[in-house]
Write a protein that binds this ligand. Structure first.
Ligand SMILES: NC(=O)c1ccc[n+]([C@@H]2O[C@H](COP(=O)([O-])OP(=O)(O)OC[C@H]3O[C@@H](n4cnc5c(N)ncnc54)[C@H](OP(=O)(O)O)[C@@H]3O)[C@@H](O)[C@H]2O)c1
Length: 337
């Protein structure tokens, strides 16, 4: 019997982790659900049983085999310090992702790295996970020489309060014609309903946002290409679930649309949706509650022979966080931790 704790089990990512474990139906897996305030006392279905979300209790978590942290960055930082030396920790936050001795893992891409863990494994940013799942097979086949990405990220990337804010402000705009906005109480720097915000997280000194720099640095670490030329623009869009990315990838060897389509299709966790004659391409509305990265609009760059463009979409809560964390746990269990 393996025991796995989920901290933040009532949050957007944590509740999906329970869902994904339920669907994985791993034999002899016992879950312990932990919350902080809002979700404590709520119950969640897992394999036909109602599991109650308990108040976060360090002593209880220390007795488990593995703990998955689905908590805000600051909370993860404190929890890792309190739990280190006990269970193996899988952290979905950004707190430790770039630390040298912490593997940053997307199992389909660099699953072997879990063997190097020293008690803590980090899951990447949601937009990074879906990006590396398409860059990895392209790199193996053609060699990456440069990557440009623009993201269109849903509000669920911020947490459950952001979903409520988009619902309430959309309704307000439709019923009254305007939005009462206060920076102090908002999850965003500007109203998000009927808007696009080219800022995710705060800005760094080089003019890029922290989210953009997370994508750059995490992608380089996961693909193990420390000097990969990559830049991106991250935009928040009024979509509830599903991040979209417009990618322009330059390669060492000249790519063809057919070969790129073939290698992406063969890669685990990637599905091609690309039929222009039927107006078929990936869209966030179709990817909710799914685990794959959907890729379409694959086409050659018109300005440079070694460039390929495509559009990709994934459920940021499942593929971009929960499914990845559960896949890491599955690898740990197969590996005897
Ligand atoms: N959302 C995404 O697309 C996404 C993707 C990749 C990674 N992540 C990362 O995943 C983590 C969770 O994100 P989320 O979107 O699920 O956020 P969320 O919906 O706001 O949920 C956060 C959860 O953390 C719990 N919590 C808050 N403070 C805590 C503390 N001090 N100690 C223990 N638990 C605490 C809350 O418990 P109560 O409900 O009981 O108050 C809540 O259930 C974040 O670090 C985020 O950056 C998110």
């Amino acid at each position: 019997m393996a025991t796995v704790g989920i901290v933040g089990a009532g949050g957007l990512v944590g509740s999906r982790v329970v869902e994904v474990f339920h669907e994985m139906n791993i034999d002899d897996l016992e879950l312990y659900l932990s919350g902080y305030e809002k979700s404590v006392g709520k119950s969640v279905m897992y394999k036909g049983e109602q599991l109650v979300i308990e108040k976060c209790d360090i002593e209880a978590l220390l007795k488990l085999d593995i703990v998955v942290l689905c908590t805000p960055t600051e909370a993860s930082r404190d929890l890792v310090h309190a739990l280190m030396g006990g269970p193996v920790i899988v952290d979905t936050s950004s707190a430790f992702r770039m630390e040298e001795n912490v593997p940053l893992v997307v199992p389909e891409v660099n699953g072997d790295n879990i063997h190097q863990h020293k008690g803590l494994i980090a899951g990447p940013n949601c937009s990074t996970i879906q990006l590396v799942m398409t860059l990895c097979p392209i790199h193996r086949e053609f060699g990456l020489s440069r990557v440009h990405v623009s993201t269109y990220q849903s509000v669920s990337g911020v947490g459950y309060r952001a979903i409520e804010e988009l619902k309430e402000s959309s309704l307000q705009k439709l019923t009254t014609g305007s939005i009462e906005f206060s920076k102090e109480s908002s999850e965003f720097p500007h109203p998000i309903a009927f808007n696009l915000i080219p800022q995710i997280d705060s800005f760094t000194d080089n003019g890029y946002s922290k989210e953009e720099m997370k994508m750059v640095n995490e992608t380089r670490k996961i693909l193990n290409i420390p000097d990969l030329p990559i830049s991106c623009t991250c935009v928040r869009v009024p979509v509830f679930i599903g991040h979209s990315e417009a990618c322009l990838v330059e390669t060492v060897k000249e790519p063809s649309v057919e070969k790129v389509t073939e290698i992406l299709e063969e890669f685990p966790g990637v599905t091609i949706v690309d039929d222009l004659s039927h107006q078929l391409y990936p869209m966030p509305i179709d990817c909710e509650n799914t685990d794959d990265v959907y890729v379409g609009r694959i086409r050659k760059d018109l300005s440079w022979k070694n460039g390929i463009l495509f559009w990709q979409v994934a459920d940021n809560l499942r593929r971009g966080a929960a499914t990845n964390a559960c896949n890491i746990v599955k690898l740990l269990l197969e590996d005897g931790r």
